[in-house]
Design a protein around this ligand. Sequence first.
Ligand code: RET
Length: 287
Amino acid sequence: MYNPIGQTVLSVSQEAMFEHVLNDVLLGSSIYVNIAVAGLSLLLFAFLARGVTDPRAQLIVVSAMTVSAVSIVSYTGLASGLTISVIEMPDGHALAGATTVLEGTGQEVDGTISLWGRYLTWAFSTPFILIALGLLAGTNLTKIFTAVVFDVGIMITGLAAALTTSSHMMRWSWYVISCTFLLVVFYILLVEWPEDAKRAGTAEIFNLLRNLTVVLWLGYTVWWAIGNEGLALIDDVALTSWGYSAFDLVAKYLFSFLVIRYTINNIDTISAGESYGSTTDVAPADD
Ligand code: RET
């Protein structure tokens, strides 16, 4: 797949990618299972939180539910072939020169498959994990803003690492930048917010969710490094995809469930009054 001036082009059709996901059982299941679990967890969360009327508690619940909602979008992008590409790795990469047989069409193409839509959509889902955590810790807007900005930075530079085909070194340069941003988020999670959570009386649940988050986020980072897009110690695309999907099951759905369960059982700790977040200073009429 080279054009006349020798640059790599992405010429596998979206339909061929869609067919590939449909016909590769391991890869397909890593995607479809998550769509189903995200949908079911949204229904469960809506049911569990149906009686919550406190605005601050609702904000936390909506943040947690947004993670699952974005996940449906993310995996639908992958399932449709829209956010999957075959890319040719640069010299020096373990999969440079590799070819891929597309299930369904049977076509053999140069390159390896990148499910880059994951990294793109993480930029929209993971901020809500941090917003839920920051609100639970009772931290301030500056720290939530900082965590979210660096988090989006992690995901967009991770996307750049995955899609860079010009040079092997540049792929890892993006990776290092992304990890540096991750350190900023970890600093906030490990140093700043525990203090805030202690003051807010939510230290126990915060520390549990924080530990879950730090361990899993490290897991994603290591998985990228050893998966097909990194060192390719695991060179199988479907297996690499299942790794992320398994992490997602815990980092998204279990995480959100724990957040929502705590919130609905501890409204008094979470609440900041009926007028929390109001955009008017007019007091509600007594009736
Ligand atoms: C990448 C590769 C580049 C280096 C780093 C990464 C970290 C990713 C993380 C992902 C977390 C995703 C979650 C998704 C759930 O919705 C992009 C893999 C640092 C931390 C929690």
